[in-house]
Design a protein around this ligand. Structure first.
Ligand code: ARG
Length: 588
């Protein structure tokens, strides 16, 4: 069970019901307390759903209760007194509805305003985690799938970091395949003087890859050379090693441009890093009796799969699976990670299930998949173009990610200029806002849908200032900031001295939603689902709009309290932006 911390409202309600449950049915110690947030339109804020389940356990045991509603009544009666709770009632077959005290909600927000939003951070039962994300392949293209992995992985890393987990952000770059033999030989042919080769000389590494591939397919002599080159490279030949480094460096510089634009931090430990450990790890699996011979290759048979997992190819070489098994071994034993998260497209699901299963059979991981040390494959769907097919540019080439991000920025700048912002702002302000909005739009469009579904890449939609878009949300935040500025009040002073009152229904609904921030982040983290946080953020701005459209802030009798509510909303929005990797804007 996750630990307790002041921010998590749901857990606090749960704690009250825990106590009530233990005194209502002292003998049923194994029963888990079930508390959920009530659906909109229902009488309570939270509800306890245990009555029916409890009834089915105790009814045969000569209980004094006459049915689930009576159990619900008892749960209500035994609830410890708490300033959190305004009132309770029992509905239907024993649901206990709780209405929270508006005073208590207000007080909790006031405390956050003074102590900071980090006091609302979840606490997870893990000290160190690995998030394996982005992970493009050297010399091959970095495609939109890698962009999705980069965006989703960064958000998951941010949520874990916010929850005080030390995160090793790993770029598991594909830098060790057989393609290197061919690339290196081609490099030698085109540039006999390898030292002088620069990025500009090679030009586009993707076309370089294609050229060498056609030569490989067409020219048997070249093919043979390339195959020998792999052996020499993997055997540690200095000249081949140097050429390999060169090619990797050029690719790396290209990837870095994308990471730098997105402000995503990653530490590269590519496939080659694990090479020195593979033989030993495979031997360990062998000594546990997991490995069998099959058609010259060495494989692992697993129940529930109709093909075995190949770990040594028939030519004796290692592959993707043996590298991943070794990386897992390294992360568990050398890096002491307790939670390892892999972000790739859903197409790789089978690979992950198979090698996770192998690790369980080897005794590296517990049998049950939610216990630590824990591994998760975070799979995501395709990015599609308007034509419903895999996203490509007009030239039917793969999309260059850098161009894509640049276009998002250019389009958002154009929109700002159309609104006359170039006359109001300095060129730097214009540029920074265009960047925050443009990149934010690309990220948010990716994150807002359940990751396992595919989505259609559409600039017009993602850059619209209406609907569930980053633009709409960033503008909503900027507007709140501008209200606070216009009030002329010193908001930091107000935080210390002001009082928050949530007398009106729209104020209360907004306040309650603010308090649900922590449990939302915790759920998004536990289930590795960033869209849960996006939904929360969108709902927050909707509730803010409902509040603002009926209540005057500046110049009203409740001005101080309402400014505090504005400030708390802005703070929570900014934390959401931060967790989603989006840069907030303050002016619009
Ligand atoms: N390089 C792989 C690809 O582009 C992704 C690697 C994901 N990470 C891993 N440990 N397998 O498909």
């Amino acid at each position: 069970a996750a630990q307790e911390y002041p921010g998590n409202l749901k857990r606090q309600v749960e704690k009250l019901f825990d106590a009530s449950l233990r005194s209502t049915v002292p003998d049923e110690t194994g029963v888990q307390t079930e508390v959920t947030a009530s659906l909109p339109g229902k009488p309570g804020d939270y509800q306890c759903n245990n009555a029916m389940g409890l009834w089915s356990i105790i009814k045969g045991k000569g209980t004094q209760f006459k049915g689930p509603p009576a159990v619900g009544q008892a749960l209500l009666k035994n609830l410890p007194a708490s300033e959190m709770v305004e009132s309770c009632s029992v509905a239907g077959p024993g649901f206990v509805n709780v209405i929270l005290s508006s005073k208590w909600i207000a007080k909790s927000i006031e405390t956050m305003l003074v102590d900071g939003i980090d006091t609302w951070a979840p606490s997870l039962p893990v000290k160190r985690a690995v998030v394996d994300f982005s992970s493009p392949n050297i010399a091959k293209e970095m495609h939109v799938g890698h962009l999705r992995s980069t965006i989703i992985g960064d958000t998951l890393a941010r949520m874990l970091e916010y929850s005080k987990v030390e995160v090793l952000r790993r770029n598991h770059v594909g830098d060790w395949g057989t393609q290197f033999g061919m690339l290196i030989e081609y490099l030698f042919e085109k540039f006999p003087d390898t030292d002088s080769v620069t990025e500009t000389a090679i030009g586009d590494l993707q076309s370089f890859y294609k050229e060498s591939k056609s030569k490989f397919d067409a020219d048997p002599e070249f093919k043979e050379k390339a195959q020998k080159a792999v052996v020499r490279l993997q055997g540690g030949d200095a000249i081949y090693r140097k050429a390999w480094t060169k090619i990797c460096d050029i690719s790396r510089a290209e990837f870095a441009k994308v990471y730098q634009r997105l402000r995503v931090e990653l530490e590269e430990k590519g496939e080659s890093f694990y090479n020195p450990y593979i033989a030993k790890v495979i031997e360990e699996l062998n000594s546990k009796g997991l490995i069998e011979e099959s058609e010259g290759a060495r494989v692992i048979f697993l129940e529930g799969f109709n093909i075995p997992l190949m770990v040594v190819k028939s030519d004796g070489g290692f592959n993707y699976a043996s590298t991943d098994l070794t990386a897992l071994w390294y992360r568990l034993n050398e890096e002491k990670a307790e939670w390892i998260v892999y972000v790739t497209d859903v197409g790789q699901q089978q690979h992950f299930s198979m090698f996770f299963k192998t690790a369980r059979k080897a005794g590296w991981l517990p049998e049950s998949d939610k216990t630590y040390p824990r591994v998760d494959h975070v799979g995501f769907g395709l990015v599609k173009g308007e034509d419903g097919k895999r996203f490509r540019t007009r030239s039917s080439e793969v999309v260059r990610l850098v161009d894509l991000l640049d276009e998002a920025k250019t389009r958002s700048k154009t929109a700002l200029i159309e609104r006359g912002k170039d006359k109001e702002w300095t060129p730097e302000e214009l540029d920074q806002t265009a960047e925050a909005v443009g990149y934010g739009a690309v990220k948010y469009a990716d994150l807002k849908n359940n990751r396992s579904t595919s989505y259609t890449f559409n600039f017009d939609q993602m850059l619209s200032d209406k609907g569930n878009t980053a633009v709409y949300l960033l503008y909503a935040h900027a507007r709140i900031c501008s209200i606070i500025r216009k009030s002329g009040k010193d908001i930091d002073e107000l935080k210390k001295t002001g009082k928050l009152v949530l007398d009106h229904p729209e104020e209360r609904a907004l306040g309650l939603h603010l308090l649900r921030f922590a449990e939302t982040v915790e759920a998004a983290c536990a289930n590795l689902l960033p869209h849960v946080l996006c939904e929360y953020l969108y709902e927050l701005s909707e509730r803010y709009t409902s509040f603002y459209s009926v209540h005057q802030v500046i110049g009203s009798a409740e001005e101080a309290s309402r400014l505090l509510l504005c400030e708390a909303t802005a703070i929570v929005m900014r934390k959401c932006f931060h967790l989603l990797g989006i840069t907030p804007v303050y002016k619009i």
